[in-house]
Every structure is written in structure tokens, then in C-alpha cells.
Ligand binder design. Structure first.
Ligand code: 26V
Length: 804
């Protein structure tokens, strides 16, 4: 690579002329961005090829992470940082009068995901490469990532996102490696030489064309691959309406999560899932066959991880290859398959557990359906032997029942490992949601508490804090994040704490500047920045947060003696387009904002800001600027949360329930350095089981609650008419499923406590420091090391496998 800035400049200028066909004088910032991006990718190519070569020759075990989402965000800065050339490039560009920061802003976010599940996959890619582990991602190259959100008159409006509009510099199209994926048609069964042979005929095929992206590890020479599949018309269509065929085909990689309320949408989703799985597994097998003469020992060299149930058809697809192509017997094929696949569960919400109607599944994927059916029959037989006569249990646990294919059951039966994503979540899976499966397969279940890449979320996102950490404990934490612990030694160091304060202020100013530019609202940086950013969902209880804001507003209006430290409540959230209730909450937040931000009596102490189009690149500016992190889900509902970890690592204090990873955050930060409130998971689950909650009692007995709930419908918001009636109804008519009113008083109290604590600056900074110091555990390097050691059994490159 370039050894100094002059060498860099020379190459940059040469490349600029070649790629853009313009002189430097005529070139635009966009030209500079693309020139730089292409240059970096080309430099990476040699190491990329070397890594693949090394993997091939060493025949090391490889892991493939299959995920329907990869929420990557921007890659330029990240790649420069990981390659260790950030400074040279920055200086070289500065000599040419180019500001690297501005070039970074040109890059569109690769937003191929919804939220935590997709961002987790992206963090894992970074950790795998940075730990020199042979791990690759497989996903779909959606033409449109998650929609772009506009707020119009307080309502969410969705626009198609266009990340590929100007091309994407980090991908390489590999047309020669395309794979034909078959749908529809029929299976013909014949007997040949005493063996049943299955032929899938009259299928409509779709070409899966891989686009590979290099995954650069932090200052290592490992460059792994993220392979995203693009759906294109096959060169051999059987369908004669070519235009329709082309449209139908391309729609497979057009949108993330197409609406599946109707059959057409369901078909498209299932098509996407099989498209991802079939192309991925077949390309894995293809490269395996180059090094091995048979698939007998496949599971000793390959591990396939399925990120939630979306890629669960990996199980019957691998079976299909082993049975139909390798001509193995069922037992042997099954043994290999189960030993290859591992599954992570990311939610216990029943509405998110995937089920597909047989009437859709069977015709779309006829051979795969036969195999799933066989897996189901064999599994039911095992159940019958174990629980003779227990029809109810068998019906509950079957993979196919009541005309539905239950994807989670298939995953549980067909994989070697099943893990939850935080300690509490895994316990809930074992003891409740998946208890019947836990009884039969106790050894499959294990916990892998989520993590985040500290390189993006601290080193890159918060350079000021990173510098301070480097100055005080050295840079060892970048490779060994647990070393952040050493920061605890500074908790009585006034000078250090003061620097911590300065940095937070500067980060808040930066965010305030963006808020003013985009929203025209002035955020007072001496106020507490109290932030809730995440998908919008009822269980995450953005509603609790905004009702609390309304309560504070009422106090300020009614009691001239009421004092509180000024607060800026910041929200960022996208609601799923068909999720009516979530959209109402967005409208409510914006309506409250209108009211409190412009009231002369309150505007100096209370501000509400809804940040439009929350996404990875915006998140990178938000976390470093937070004082308070809102993690207020109904206990038991948030599997883990990962935003909570990003806030903690940047020194925000958590106001939260004992849910998901919050519990572990409390352990690592220390009980005194977090603000916990509300029902526990056991209490919530026992209410669900035994009843006993009546939201109206809380409404009637607490006038603070009555006041804010009434304000939803009583004209308090002058133009709202019956806008918020559905919210009112959810709280009182539908008995408040998520215990908003039950936790309300407790939330008011803890928020008051947090506000008070903020006024003792030194103590606050100490608490903040203890959060940063305890956050090393939440690096995805720790998470990935656990997956590698305990599930995948892979070792970093260069380390000999024992007993091999
Ligand atoms: C998705 C949807 C989409 C449509 C509306 C209903 C609904 C309900 C739940 C979900 C969740 C899908 C799985 C998921 O994204 N889980 C998240 O995974 C994160 C990474 O493990 C974890 O930190 C979050 O707690 C968990 O919600």
C-alpha cells in the first residue's frame, strides 16, 4: 500500500483521471469519493485473493453466516481505519484541498436491514475478520434497503431507498459464479437401480448472481467475503411471457421484507428465503468440492449459521444435496446436516415466529417440501416413542401442523446448537417458549450474549473519547476491549473526569448542530440529552417515554415551584410500513414536540426532537452525544438489545428495565451506575399466565396517569381530533398489553432520580466512566470468540487445530 502521503497523492491523481476521465480541476467531490473507494478496493484485492488462497490450501474449517439482513452502513472510513491508512489518506487529500470527512458523507448507507438483527450481522462480520477467523456472510443484495423515512406533518412517509443509484464501490460482480435457483414445477419420482430418484421438472429458475464485498479486519491481513446475491432472469426461461418473468424475477431482490399480508407477498418472502439459502449452500458446496472428493466429512470443515429462522431452509437444502446429488442415505445425510447447522433465536414475540402455509410452500418448493415432510414424520415418530399417546404435545411440537410449516421447529430439530442472545432471553427460551424442545434436546441450548464492534461504535464514532482512552491506558483496548476496565482507575481523577465532560459536550454540540440544520430546533447542550433510538414497536414502549414527557409538561405548567434539570428528549425510529399503531406513536411524539417546543413557559427546560430517517450513519453521531440511554422495553420482551451497549460504551447512563442485556449491563457497570425501574420479567410473565393486571385501576388511582391518558383524546392537542384514540384504547380498552401504566409511576421516579444525579456533575461523570470501563464485555469480539470456540469450532488463522 502507499507508504506516505506523496505516494498516495500521486496514485490518487492518476486514478482520478483514469476512472472519471476528468482533470483534477474539473472533478467533483463525488468523483473524489469514487476514485478513493475504487483505489482502496483494488488495494484490498491482493490480500483478499491471498486470504482465499490460504483458506483453500490450509483446508481450515470455514463458517458461513446466513442472514436475510446486513445493516452495514457506510464502509469508507471503516475500511480506511481497519487498513491502518486513515491518516495518510486524510493528510494526502488535505494537501489537495479535499476534506476526507466530506467524502465520507457522500457514501450512501448500505441499509440492508431493519434493526438489531441486521446490525448484529454487520458487527459480526467485522469481528470475524478482525480476529482472523475464517467466517463469511451470505445475504441478499436488495436494490432498495429499508425505506427512507420522511416526516410530513408529523406522520411517517416512506420513500424507496436508493443506495445503488450511483453504484457501489465495495462490490465485485461475479457473473460467472451465478447459480440457478428453481421454483414451482413438479417432482418426478422414479426408481433406478433399486434407488428412488427425484427429479425437479418444469421449474421456473432464477439466476442468483453473487456480488462480493471484501470484509477487512482491523490491521490484520485477513480479508473475508460478504457475498450478496442478486436475482436476475435466468438464461434459460421456461416461461414465455418474458417481460413478466423478468419483473417477477427481479422482484426477488428488490425489497427487504415485502409486505406479506396477502399470499402474493408471502410467496415473495418465501422465494427470497429459498433464493438466499439455495444459492449460498450450493456455492459453499461447490467450493468445498474443489478441495474434497466427497461430502462425507462436510461438517468437519464447514459450519453454517442461520441468523433467526429466515434462512432455515438451509436444513432441507443441504439434505437435498446430500440425498439427491451425493446419493447418501437419509441417516448419514441427516447426521451431516445437523452437525453443520447452528441457529440463533432473536425474539420470543409470537407474531414474529415464522409460519408458512403448506398451500404456498408445497407448490413453490416441491422437493424441499417433501424433505421437510420427511423430517417432520421422523421427528413425530421419535416424539411418539418418547411420549406415547401424548397427541397434544406432538401436535404442539410438530414441524408441520394445521396446514402450516413452523420454521422455528425446523430450526430446533435440524441444528446442533440453538442459542439466545442474552442470559435472560436464553433462560426464557429454555424454561418457557421452547421448553418442550429443551426437554428433548437440553444440550443444544446455549447463550451467546450479543455484542457490538467497539471499533465502529467507539473508535470510529467517538474519536475524541478514543484519544482520551489511548492517552490514559494506551491503545491495547482496541485489540482487547476488556482492557477498558483499566479506566476505572481514573474514577477519582478530577482532571480526567473533566476531560470526559468536555468530550461529551463537544459531541453534544455536534449533534445539536445537525439537529438545528435539519430540524431548525435549538437543542441546549447544557440540558440532559435523553435518547431513545430503535425500531418502533409497542413492546419497546416509546409510548412510556412520550407520556412521561407529557407528564413533565403538565408539572411545569401547573406548578411554578416545580424544578427539573433541562432535558432534550431525542427519538429516532422507523415504523414498519404496515404497522398502524407504531405510526400513531410517531405522530404522537411529533405532536407533543410541537406543543412543548414552542410553549414559552416550557421551551427552555423541555425539548422533544424526532430525528428523521434513523440509520447507521446517523446512529454514529447520536450515541457519543447521549447522557441518558432509554432501554425501557416491557421486561421479557427485548431479547437483548444492542443499542443499549453502544450507549454504554460511549458513557451514557441507562434508564432501563431488567430486560435483555440490560441485566448484564447492570452487572458490568455496577448496580449504582444504572437506573433500573419497572416490573421484572418474572412478574410480567406471571401476569400473562395468571392474569391479575387491570390497567384501569392504575388509570383511576393515579391522577398523573389519568391526566396524560385523557390528554390523548380530550382536545389537549387542538388539531388531533380522534388521532390518538387507538393509543387511548390500547391502554384502557385492551388492558395495556405492555404494562405502560403499570410501570408509569416507577418510571417517573427513576427519571427524577436520574435528573437529580445529573446535577452532581462529578458523581455523574464517575458513573459514566464506570459504564465505559465495564463495556468491554459487550464487544462483538467477545461474542464471536464464544461462537467460534463453542459452536463453530473454528480457530484463528495460523493457530493449529489441536488433535488434527
Ligand atoms: C420483527 C418484527 C417485524 C414486523 C413487526 C413485528 C416484529 C416483531 C419482532 C421482530 C423481531 C425480529 C427479530 C429481531 O430483529 N430481533 C432483535 O434481534 C436483536 C439482535 O439479536 C436483539 O438485540 C433485539 O433485542 C431483537 O429484538
Amino acid at each position: 500500500m502507499f507508504s506516505d502521503r506523496d505516494e498516495f497523492k500521486e496514485e490518487f491523481l492518476k486514478k482520478l483521471e483514469m476512472t472519471c476521465g476528468k482533470s483534477f480541476g474539473e472533478s467533483t467531490e463525488r468523483d473524489h469519493y469514487f476514485t478513493l473507494g475504487n483505489m482502496i478496493r483494488e488495494h484490498v484485492s491482493t490480500e483478499w485473493i491471498n486470504t482465499n488462497e490460504r483458506y483453500r490450501i490450509d483446508r481450515e474449517k470455514q463458517v458461513y453466516y446466513l442472514s436475510i439482513e446486513f445493516l452495514l452502513g457506510r464502509l469508507l472510513h471503516h475500511n480506511l481505519m481497519n487498513l491502518g491508512i486513515e491518516q495518510v489518506v486524510k493528510d494526502g487529500l488535505a494537501d489537495l484541498g479535499i476534506d476526507l470527512n466530506r467524502l465520507e458523507e457522500i457514501e450512501a448507507d448500505a441499509g440492508l436491514g431493519n434493526g438489531g438483527l441486521g446490525r448484529l450481522a454487520a458487527c459480526f462480520m467485522d469481528s470475524l475478520a478482525s480476529l482472523n477467523l475464517p467466517g463469511h456472510g451470505c445475504g441478499i443484495r436488495y436494490k432498495h434497503g429499508l425505506f427512507e423515512q420522511k416526516i410530513v406533518d408529523g406522520y411517517q412517509v416512506e420513500l424507496p431507498e436508493q443506495w445503488l443509484r450511483n453504484g457501489h464501490v465495495w462490490e465485485v460482480r461475479k457473473a460467472d459464479l451465478a447459480i440457478e435457483v428453481p421454483f414451482w414445477g413438479k417432482v418426478e419420482t422414479t426408481e433406478e437401480n433399486g434407488r428412488l430418484v427425484f427429479r425437479h421438472v418444469n421449474a421456473e429458475t432464477i439466476s442468483a448472481v453473487p456480488y462480493d464485498m471484501p470484509v477487512v479486519g482491523y490491521k490484520t491481513d485477513t480479508i473475508n467475503t460478504l457475498r450478496l446475491w442478486n436475482a436476475e432472469p435466468s438464461p434459460y426461461p421456461v416461461n414465455h411471457d418474458i417481460l413478466k418473468y423478468k419483473r417477477d424475477t427481479e422482484s426477488v431482490s428488490e425489497f427487504l421484507y415485502p409486505d406479506d399480508t396477502h399470499d402474493e407477498g408471502k410467496i415473495l418472502r418465501l422465494k427470497q428465503q429459498y433464493f438466499l439459502v439455495s444459492a449460498s449452500i450450493r456455492s459453499i458446496v461447490r467450493s468445498y468440492r474443489k478441495q474434497h472428493s466427497s461430502l462425507r466429512n462436510f461438517h468437519e470443515y464447514v459450519s453454517i449459521h442461520i441468523n433467526d429462522t429466515h434462512p432455515v431452509l438451509a436444513i432441507p437444502e443441504l439434505m437435498r444435496i446430500l440425498l439427491d446429488e451425493e446419493e447418501m442415505g437419509w441417516e448419514e445425510a441427516w447426521n451431516i446436516t445437523v452437525h453443520t447447522i447452528a441457529y440463533t433465536n432473536h425474539t420470543t414475540l409470537s407474531e414474529a415466529l415464522e409460519k408458512w402455509p403448506v398451500r404456498i410452500f408445497q407448490p413453490l418448493l416441491p422437493r424441499i417440501y417433501m424433505i421437510v415432510n420427511e423430517i417432520n414424520e421422523r421427528f413425530c415418530r421419535v416424539l411418539w416413542e418418547r411420549y406415547p399417546g401424548d397427541w397434544k404435545r406432538i401436535e404442539d411440537m410438530a414441524i408441520i401442523a394445521h396446514d402450516q410449516v413452523k420454521m422455528a421447529h425446523l430450526a430446533l430439530v435440524g441444528s446442533l446448537s440453538v442459542n439466545g442472545v442474552a442470559a435472560l432471553h436464553t433462560e426464557i427460551l429454555k424454561n418457557r417458549e421452547m421448553n418442550q424442545f429443551y426437554e428433548i434436546f437440553p444440550d443444544k441450548f446455549n447463550n451467546k450474549t450479543n455484542g457490538i464492534t467497539h471499533r465502529r461504535w467507539l473508535l470510529k464514532a467517538n474519536p475524541l473519547l478514543s484519544d482520551l482512552i489511548n492517552e490514559s491506558i494506551g491503545a491495547g483496548w482496541i485489540r482487547e476491549p476488556e482492557k477498558l476496565r483499566e479506566l476505572a482507575d481514573f474514577k477519582n481523577d478530577r482532571v480526567f473526569l473533566d476531560q470526559l465532560h468536555q468530550i461529551k459536550q463537544l459531541n453534544k454540540e455536534k449533534l445539536a448542530k445537525r439537529i438545528q440544520e435539519q430540524h431548525g430546533i435549538i437543542a441546549d447542550t447544557s440540558s440532559i440529552f435523553d435518547i431513545q433510538v430503535k425500531r418502533l414497536h409497542a413492546y419497546k414502549r416509546q409510548l412510556l417515554n412520550i407520556l412521561h414527557v407529557m407528564h413533565l409538561y403538565n408539572r411545569l405548567k401547573e406548578d411554578s415551584n416545580f424544578r427539573m434539570h433541562p432535558r432534550t428528549f431525542i427519538f429516532g425510529a422507523k415504523a414498519s410500513p404496515g404497522y398502524y399503531y407504531a405510526k400513531k406513536i410517531i405522530k404522537l411524539i411529533n405532536t407533543v414536540a410541537e406543543k412543548v417546543n414552542y410553549d414559552p413557559q416550557t421551551r427552555d427546560v423541555l425539548k422533544v426532537i424526532f430525528l428523521e430517517n434513523y440509520r447507521v450513519s446517523l446512529a454514529e453521531e447520536i450515541f457519543p452525544a447521549a447522557d441518558i440511554s432509554e432501554q425501557i422495553s416491557t421486561a421479557s420482551k427485548e431479547a437483548s438489545g444492542t443499542g443499549n451497549m453502544k450507549f454504554m460504551m460511549n458513557g451514557a447512563l441507562t434508564v432501563g428495565t431488567l430486560d435483555g442485556a440490560n441485566i448484564e449491563i447492570k452487572e458490568k457497570a455496577g448496580d449504582g451506575n444504572i437506573f433500573i425501574f419497572g416490573l421484572t420479567a418474572d412478574e410480567v410473565l406471571s401476569f400473562y399466565q395468571n392474569g391479575g393486571y387491570n390497567s384501569r385501576e392504575y388509570y383511576h388511582h393515579d391522577k398523573r396517569i389519568r391526566q396524560v391518558v385523557d390528554q390523548l383524546v380530550n382536545g389537549f392537542f387542538p388539531d388531533a381530533d380522534d388521532e390518538f384514540e387507538p393509543i387511548f384504547d390500547s391502554l384502557l380498552m385492551e388492558n395495556d398489553q405492555y404494562f405502560v401504566l403499570r410501570d408509569f409511576a416507577s418510571y417517573i421516579n427513576i427519571q427524577k432520580e436520574a435528573g437529580k444525579a445529573y446535577e452532581d456533575r462529578e458523581h455523574w461523570l464517575k458513573m459514566s466512566l464506570m459504564n465505559i470501563a465495564g463495556s468491554g464485555y459487550f464487544s462483538s469480539d467477545r461474542t464471536i470468540s464464544e461462537y467460534a470456540r463453542e459452536i463453530w469450532k473454528i480457530r484463528p488463522a495460523g493457530v493449529e487445530m489441536m488433535n488434527k
